[in-house]
Design a protein around this ligand. Sequence first.
Ligand code: ITT
Length: 202
Amino acid sequence: MKQKLIFATGNAGKMKEIRAILGDLDVEILSSREAGVQADIVEDGKTFLENARIKARAIHEITGALVLADDSGLEVDYLDKAPGVYSARFMGEDTSYEIKNQAIIDKLEGVEGSDRSARFRCVIDAVFPDGTETAEEGTIEGWIAKEPSGNGGFGYDPIFYLPERDLTTADLSAEEKNAISHRGIALRKIRPAIEAWLEAQK
Ligand code: ITT
């Protein structure tokens, strides 16, 4: 029987990327919903790591399974690294990204070149069935675009500009984004720990 890996996320955009990046592992990857777990998790951590741990531990406590969680966000240097850990909640969870993205562009009115620097950060936390835990981080550097561009990815991708490529992460194909993204980097770093656990279950 295939082992199960539950990803403690309700974000469909993340889930799609996770499946593309870890999909070749010999494990069944389920979102919390697919695993039939419902939990009201309060993400009151001050860092990506704290929030990733809160989410992974909460679902692990309920299921006892191998659980991974992703906490991620956009840091804009000119805005003192906001929205950061509040990226999902910035201007309200239900506000569209069209509005959120335009608001960030407007806040950077008159700011030029490398002063528009920003990064996506992603921390992946894994809790194994025996309670042991490990976390990895990935980042990708870029600038805030002057206007949104692209239909790929999700969230802030249309305004995350890669100056060396003259496009946003929303202009990239899913494969291209996963190859360089904060999430791709963090997931590839944590992969050996999952592989080792799977091997030990045989
Ligand atoms: P879960 O907690 O259920 O996983 P969430 O969307 O609330 O889903 P976070 O609290 O980690 O997740 O917030 C991450 C936010 O950061 C996300 O909603 C996007 O706004 C932004 N973000 C993270 N990674 C991104 C990416 O690859 N592209 C664009 N925006 C991203």
